[in-house]
Write a protein that binds this ligand. Structure first.
Ligand SMILES: *[C@@H]1O[C@H](CO)[C@@H](O)[C@H](O)[C@H]1NC(C)=O
Ligand SMILES: *[C@@H]1O[C@H](CO)[C@@H](O)[C@H](O)[C@H]1NC(C)=O
Ligand SMILES: *[C@@H]1O[C@H](CO)[C@@H](O)[C@H](O)[C@H]1NC(C)=O
Length: 834
């Protein structure tokens, strides 16, 4: 028994779920997870009683004020303090609401004035539009008094959606409003419109080949006339998803698009009168070929301007569903790629074949859809009004380009499963090495913001911040670059965050490994500090390779001594010790009585991060000091120390040794021990219950609290999990089936489920791939109330009786590892154990 038990120690069960190695393109893991409670000190929040839907955020030019468009209200907040400076109540009048309800709209959700557009119009006024109980209205807001111009109310048709849930985008360029929305009450007539300003209003043709049930997400103004050698025009780009017309066999298919119009377009004279003559659109592709994932649902686009317009970059946020798993992606597009598609061949509908294909005949001159340039002016076409009918007719029939626009490097910049990315902003920041880095702030559907560093070939997720709790989608994000602030809007709140909170990194190692280009370790003050304005040799930062060697020289990481935790368990208990890693990319190294536990035993799953140590059925020989170190890229980040005492089970030995005359004393001792045992059992039970509660909540905070021994009920294992080659009587010691909850769910301690077969990652048997269509996973995965990255979450896998166990690969791998362990030398268990 004893050697077997020792073997148990030798085989300390490293229950860790395979995590994606950092750098893999599949599902990046944020290095740090910052829960809501830890954001309290740095996040500032604004909300006003009775007001909801803080959806529209706009900064003034000086970044001193943040204008917030909400439901029936507009606010001006001071940036930095988010103090309320001024407020406007802009309610839809009662009779409008009554009309709205009469027309069958919901009085709880639809029949309010949702402010959906808020932008600077001129130096003294903002322009604002609201849904106004399904009768959109726009007006000016005078800034000095922050008052709504009640007289200048304009019809908001085409400028603002009727339906608050519908996608919409707009921007003001030189006093003209470009907007993309639905033009009618029913939401059937999509339009890209230009009005206000000196020209008559311009719009898209109402043809499905132009716009087909679009969902508009963003627009961008690019000044392509600047220093143009061809006398090119400025352009306005629109980003949306729509139902594709060109894939006739997949009638339901949605694709992502970019469309553009030229600023100087004034429409045709006869054909395309007051319609865009320069409307062209192309497909935006965002696919991960290895994962067979195609993203078509465009959620948001951020335009990052460069020093020249040629350096403009568009970042697209995409979502897809893969069976039951949500997957999000960021794709990065360069403007010259977009330009190339618009200058390439057109797509054409061939009546006879009833199919769309590349148009290969002669293209009329001047080229349809092109902006008016010097060449046009020299050839007698001074404006779009002078374009010939054949050019305009062609343009009307051929709005779609044949070539799609591929993302930079032909793949997503970032892929994340179990995530719904909703919004994105990008900042450029100069590292101490002089390199300009792109930092992405990505909002999610459950109220988190991911901070990601673009390293060119891959993305490093610096951290994930829980901005909104209870979980609410991040509906808008705005970045104040000079003030180094990020604003996020949700249904119930506006939150302000610093772009970096360097004090979160408590040691030099941590500070450097974070690769946060806003932060560096200051040797002078021994703190991780913001780099802005600072420089010099006293700062340690290495964004590119995160080399921590510079940390070890004069100042070692400031760390207090680790306080040991006393753990006392009754013999036979399955002991679970966890290691707080301080970083989701770190791994734990365990020692027992000063000797490494893992090194000699190839027990750790491939790519696994050992976070919890499981000693099944602990015995007296397992008493002692356990230590874990958190190690990341060879650098140590801290750890835990446990002093484990394993108590003999029932107090039987005492009885036998007790002399008869001191029987009274024995009884006292026995009663005391009994009481102690009872207390221990109660403690274990309550802790177990607490653990289960935490698991139920979604286990972000658990890492720091789960330091207890947990008694796991041993239930008859599911036949699938019984190793077929189970001949050793000790098999059940290693049987993963020991780690079930009473409800039949498997406890996996803790890690990241890389369900190779059950989930999208590198699906070995890819389902039939419809080009561009979201794929469906072959098995259904029940990951419980698991959030976001779940990189350090506890995953409960519900094992349905009929269904094939999810993450079968994981179970399989575990089983394999457990079997591999059997041939461990039995001869000298003392040696092999530690
Ligand atoms: C909305 O309508 C329902 C029933 O038609 C009514 O009970 C409720 O009070 C109304 N709510 C408001 C805010 O008017
Ligand atoms: C800004 O526009 C408003 C509305 O058209 C106008 O009343 C105001 O005079 C303009 N302000 C300036 C400084 O041009
Ligand atoms: C743990 O036990 C040691 C000695 O057994 C004791 O000195 C120490 O105070 C205990 N620590 C805690 C946190 O109870």
């Amino acid at each position: 028994m004893a050697p077997r038990r020792l073997l148990a120690l030798a085989s300390l069960l490293a229950l860790a779920v395979a995590a994606t190695p950092p750098g893999s393109s599949w599902s990046a893991v944020p290095r740090k997870t910052v829960p809501y409670a830890e954001l309290k000190d740095v996040a500032k929040r604004f909300s006003q009683g009775g007001v909801s839907h803080y959806l529209t955020l706009t900064l003034d030019e000086a970044e001193t004020l943040l204008y917030v468009g909400a439901r029936e209200a507009v606010f001006a907040l001071a940036t930095g303090t988010v103090e309320l400076k001024a407020a406007i109540s802009w309610e839809a009048p009662t009779e409008k609401k009554a009309e709205c309800i009469q027309k069958g709209k919901n009085n709880q959700t639809d029949c309010f004035n949702y402010v959906r557009f808020l932008q600077s119009y001129n130096s003294s006024h903002l322009y604002a539009c609201g849904t106004y109980a399904f009768q959109p209205k726009c007006t000016y807001i005078e800034l000095s008094g922050f008052t709504l111009d009640q007289v200048a109310f304009e019809d908001g048709k085409g400028k603002c959606p009727y339906d608050p849930t519908k996608g919409h985008t707009g921007l003001i360029v030189d006093g003209e409003l470009y907007s993309a929305t639905f033009n009618n009450f029913l939401g059937t007539e999509p339009v890209i419109l230009r009005n206000l300003g000196p020209h008559y209003s311009m719009k898209t043709e109402y043809l499905t080949s132009w716009l087909n049930e679009p969902h508009f997400v963003a627009s961008a103004y690019v000044q392509e006339s600047a220093a143009s050698s061809t006398g090119d025009d400025d352009k306005v780009y629109f980003f949306f998803s729509e139902r594709a017309v060109e894939y006739d066999c997949y009638a339901e298919q949605v694709v992502a698009r970019v469309a553009r119009v030229c600023k100087g377009d004034v429409g045709g004279a006869r054909t395309l009168q007051k319609k865009w003559t320069t409307f062209l659109k192309a497909r935006l592709v965002c696919s991960a070929p290895e994962q067979q994932l195609h993203f078509n649902r465009l959620q948001a686009v951020f335009t990052l301007p460069g020093t020249d317009w040629q350096d403009t970059t568009f970042f697209g946020v995409f979502q897809a569903r893969w069976g039951d798993v949500d997957v999000s992606a960021i794709c990065r597009y360069h403007i010259l790629e977009v330009k190339k598609a618009f200058e390439g061949p057109y797509k054409e509908y061939r009546e006879q074949a009833q199919k769309w294909g590349r148009y290969s005949d002669e293209v009329p001159s001047p080229r349809p859809g092109a902006c008016i340039t010097d060449w046009h002016r020299q050839n007698g076409f001074a404006s779009s009004l002078e374009l010939p009918d054949n050019t305009l007719n062609f343009a009307k029939k051929h709005p779609l380009m044949d070539e799609s626009i591929l993302p930079h490097r032909g793949r997503p910049l970032l892929l994340k499963k179990d995530a719904n990315f909703t919004q994105l902003v990008v900042d450029r920041v100069s590292g101490l090495d002089g390199t300009i880095y792109e930092v992405l702030f990505i909002g999610t559907g459950d109220g988190w913001v991911h901070k990601a560093l673009n390293l060119g070939s891959r993305v490093h997720l610096v951290e994930e911040l829980q901005v909104f709790e209870p979980a609410q989608p991040v509906e808008s994000l705005v970045l104040a670059g000079r003030k180094k602030l990020l604003f996020a809007g949700s249904r119930f709140q506006v939150a302000q965050l610093p772009l970096a909170d360097c004090s979160r990194y408590q040691s030099c190692t941590d500070c450097v490994l974070a690769r946060d280009p806003y932060c560096a370790w200051s040797r002078n003050v021994s703190l991780c500090v913001r780099t802005d304005g600072l420089n010099g040799s006293q700062l340690v930062q290495d964004v590119l390779s995160s080399d921590t060697r510079a940390c070890t020289l004069p100042q070692v990481a400031k760390q207090g001594p680790i306080t040991p935790k006393n753990v006392t368990v009754v013999a036979g208990t399955d002991l679970v010790l966890t290691c707080r890693l301080g970083s989701n990319l770190a791994q734990a190294l365990w020692t027992f009585e000063g000797r490494a536990l893992v090194a000699q035993q190839a027990l750790v799953l491939q790519d696994a991060r050992l976070r919890a140590l499981v000693v099944p059925g602990a015995g007296a020989q397992h008493s002692g000091t356990y230590r874990c170190f958190s190690e990341e890229q060879g650098a140590r980040l801290g750890g835990e120390v446990y002093r484990v005492a394993v108590l003999a089970g029932s107090g039987v030995p005492l009885e036998t040794r007790a002399p008869l005359e001191s029987l009274g004393l024995v009884w006292v001792v026995a009663v005391c021990l009994g009481a102690l045992c009872l207390v221990l059992v109660l403690v274990v039970l309550s802790l177990w219950r607490r653990l289960r509660e935490e698991l139920g909540k979604g286990a972000k905070a658990i890492e720091s609290t789960l330091v207890y021994p947990i008694e796991l009920p041993k239930e008859p294992p599911s036949p699938r999990f019984v190793p077929s080659a189970a001949s050793d009587s000790d098999e059940k010691l290693w049987d993963p089936a020991s780690y079930y909850y009473s409800d039949g769910s498997l406890k996996i301690v803790p890690g990241h489920a890389a369900c190779r077969n059950g989930g999208p990652p590198g699906a070995t048997s890819p389902p039939t791939a419809i080009p561009g269509q979201p794929l469906h996973s072959p098995t259904r995965i029940h990951l419980g109330p698991l959030r976001g990255s779940s990189s350090n979450g506890y995953i409960r896998l519900a094992l349905g009786a009929e269904e094939r166990p999810p993450c079968a690969d994981l179970a399989e791998e575990l089983r394999r590892k457990l079997q591999q362990r059997q041939p461990l030398p039995d001869s000298n268990p003392e040696e092999s154990s530690v």
